[in-house]
Design a protein around this ligand. Structure first.
Ligand code: SAM
Length: 330
């Protein structure tokens, strides 16, 4: 996210598109798994027959949540929790479950949280309910493991030399955000395109917040608590997230025959109705008002059947989960 940052307002991304997907199901309970600044939740609550249960791992959003609570009373409930635990929510008749992945403007513009390469001071990057911060990784993790994180979670061509310079510099000093940016700049020497630091910061954020494991478990949990006919809608912001969401919906929305000579009746079930294979992306008008929205992709599918085991989904992305579980304690 290296676009001009409007520090005043968080614009909910693809809001109208999302609402048009879920509004036919209005009149019931909606789960907003990524409450953020409450943009989606509030829009859904404008319809008086709707209830919203909102989750967010960031406890600092409680203030925004309590404002909605006062306004919408018992139609709105907020839980400070990670969405990978969504199946702890024991509510029947959920109509839709929504994920708007990544971080909100409130988080990125709070420079002390170290989510942005414009931050100063300690490397942190925690969104909330984390086990460790970025500082611990940069201080302790082996060069080889750092390089793997940069390669797999940032698709960074210069993963190795950047990891090498980090390990060298930390022999003499504690590395802070400015030091990390300087290391990246010195290795990449102002390559054209995105800001030089974007990929490394993305990779570290994914690792610190276990974003891959969160997403995989969150999607499976959402399927498990959603009744048949309900919809799961997900907005992603980078290619790893989008690859996971695309596979999740596509793999289980297609009828798979092991052989084309076998009758259709013994084919496996379809668990999702995927009406639209291509993602919905923001209009140029939206991108003009809110430049960070340019990488957003919205995918959604309706649940058709219970009983999916998601074995293939989980095993397909185990290689990414393994990287998220790399050891960093020397
Ligand atoms: C892009 S913002 C959501 C913005 C929101 N849709 C709005 O309209 O204001 C993403 C939010 O998701 C939260 N989040 C990210 N990963 C999460 C997780 N695994 N569990 C719960 N919340 C998460 C972040 O803390 C952040 O507040």
């Amino acid at each position: 996210m290296n676009a001009t940052i409007n520090l005043e307002k968080h614009f909910p991304v693809l809001l109208n598109e999302l609402i048009s997907i879920i509004s036919p199901l209005y009149g019931g309970t909606f789960i907003d798994c990524t409450f953020g600044a409450g943009g989606y939740s509030e829009k859904i609550l404008e319809e008086i027959s709707n209830n919203v249960i909102a989750l967010d791992r960031d406890n600092s959003l409680k203030k925004i949540a309590s404002n909605l609570q006062s306004k919408y009373k018992n139609r709105f409930k907020f839980y400070n929790m990670r969405f990978s635990n969504i199946d702890q929510i024991k509510i029947k008749n959920i109509k839709a479950i929504i994920f708007d992945l990544g971080y909100s403007l409130n988080q990125i513009s709070n420079l002390s949280r170290g989510l942005s390469f414009k931050s100063t001071g300690k490397l942190d990057m925690r969104m909330g309910l984390n086990d460790f911060s970025c500082d611990e990784i940069i201080s302790k993790m082996s060069q080889q493991n750092l390089s793997k994180i940069f390669k797999y979670f940032g698709d960074e061509k210069f993963a190795k030399p950047i990891a090498k310079k980090i390990v060298k510099l930390r022999e003499n000093k504690k590395i802070n955000t400015e030091d990390l940016v300087q290391i990246i700049e010195s290795v990449k020497k102002n390559k054209k395109g995105k800001n030089n630091s974007t990929k490394i910061f993305q990779a570290l954020r994914i690792f610190v917040n276990k974003e891959i494991t969160e997403l995989i478990n969150g999607l499976i949990g959402a399927y498990n608590i959603l009744p048949i006919g309900g919809v799961i809608a997900v907005v992603t912001f980078h290619s790893i997230e989008d690859k996971i969401v695309k596979f999740f919906f596509k793999e289980y929305s297609e009828v798979k025959n092991s052989s084309r000579y076998l009758p259709k009746s013994i084919s496996t079930k379809r668990y999702f109705n995927l009406i639209r294979k291509k993602p919905i992306i923001p209009s140029s008008g939206e991108i003009n008002i809110n430049p960070p929205s340019r990488s957003a992709k919205l995918r959604f599918a309706y649940k058709l059947e219970n009983g999916c085991n998601f074995k293939k989904f989980v095993s397909n992305f185990n290689y990414l989960k393994d990287i998220e579980n790399l050891n960093f304690d020397a």
